[in-house]
Design a protein around this ligand. Structure first.
Ligand code: ZN
Ligand code: ZN
Length: 351
């Protein structure tokens, strides 16, 4: 049986390169030869044991590659096409999918996230794309892998934060945390027509990138009292929308405290502890604040729309790919990405 290299979860603290058989293609699958993939903050949670997965699972959920083999029931695609799919690969047929809740496929929280969660992922030479007909977006030749690398998860999730925030033209929007997803949320707020965008992050390189992604101001929460500064900038009114892109009580509390009554707080952070809502910012429950959460929207239509944004130059995400590694160097890539050293935003991994 032909073999391939894959990055597998060996035990807590160890993701290692191993040999695995190149997987067989089922009737509704596609086999994709990876040309570029990346490491996600979620993979760091897996590495640290904060998000449990099975030992021996191939990690990774952000693939770009070439169709090697198409399942017998998959229509509309041919071998040799360059494709991507989202981090979530919904079936398109279950009750959750039919209700438009694709990321909750199967009726489980984040059930649409299969790759590198409960199915083998894409930090490998090849991977199986499940539910292929519902999930494959064809990439035009004019767009490079690097320009698209953030699309499968980070752009889709970050834009979802902004979309679910229900941003209106002219709104004041505060965005807590400017990691890769927060930076894309900033870009999304700009695309949706926010009038004033205030990005918050303690890391200087990330604040610089925030300005590139469309923030008007990028504030360091260690230097500036964010809530009083937002109140000053809005003449005491508070922001219309706050986006939470980290997953801590502190950042969610900040979102509540810096917004006006009736505001929307949209969170895409992953929380690893119970959260506490501050009585003040929450208006004791009487302030009509809407707290919404969302997870990476997937499916081929979502991906095709995001490709269009990149293809036509609405936003350029290529500058967020700061480091390059080969697949066999992935342990070094995990070390760098996990420690947020050397100004790293996103790493490209090429088999
Ligand atoms: Zn991811
Ligand atoms: Zn489904």
């Amino acid at each position: 049986m032909p073999k391939m290299k894959a990055a597998v979860f060996a035990e807590v603290g160890r993701i290692v390169i191993d040999d695995k058989p190149i997987p067989d293609v089922g009737p509704t699958d596609a086999l994709v030869r990876i040309t570029t993939t990346t490491i996600c903050g979620t993979d760091i949670h897996i590495l640290k044991g904060e998000y449990p997965v099975a030992k021996g699972l191939t990690i990774g959920h952000e693939p770009i590659g070439i169709l090697e083999k198409v399942g017998s029931q998959v229509r509309g695609y041919k071998e040799g096409q360059r494709v991507l799919c989202a981090a979530t690969t919904p079936c398109g047929q279950c009750t959750s999918c039919m209700m438009g809740q694709h990321s909750q496929c199967g009726g489980k929280a984040a059930g649409g996230w299969m790759l590198g969660n409960y199915l083998d992922g894409c930090q490998a030479e090849y991977f199986i794309m499940p539910n292929a007909q519902a999930n494959m977006a064809i990439i035009p030749d004019s767009v490079t892998d690097e320009e698209l690398l953030l699309v499968p998860d980070i752009v889709s999730t970050g834009f979802s934060a902004a979309e679910q925030g229900n941003i209106k033209i002219g709104d004041t929007v505060v965005i807590y945390a400017q990691g890769p997803i927060g930076l894309c949320a900033t870009a999304g707020a700009r695309l949706l027509g926010a009038g004033l965008i205030i990005a918050v992050d303690p890391v200087a390189e990330r604040r610089e990138k925030a300005l590139l992604m469309g923030a008007d101001l990028a504030l360091d929460p260690r230097q500036t009292d964010i809530v009083s500064e937002v109140m000053r900038l809005t003449n005491g009114a508070g922001a219309d929308v706050a986006l939470e892109c980290l997953g801590l009580t502190e950042t969610l509390a900040g979102c509540l405290a810096c917004t006006r009554p009736g505001a929307t707080i949209s969170s895409v952070g992953i929380y690893s502890k119970d959260v506490l809502l501050p009585l003040d910012g929450f208006g004791a429950g009487l302030a009509n604040k809407r707290i919404v959460t969302s997870t990476c929207p997937g499916g081929k239509d979502r991906m095709a729309r995001l490709i269009k944004i990149i293809e036509n130059g609405r936003v350029k995400f290529g500058s967020l790919v700061t480091h390059h590694f080969r697949l066999d160097e992935i342990e070094a890539a995990y070390n760098l990405f996990g420690s947020q050293a050397d100004g790293v935003i996103k790493v490209a991994i090429k088999p």
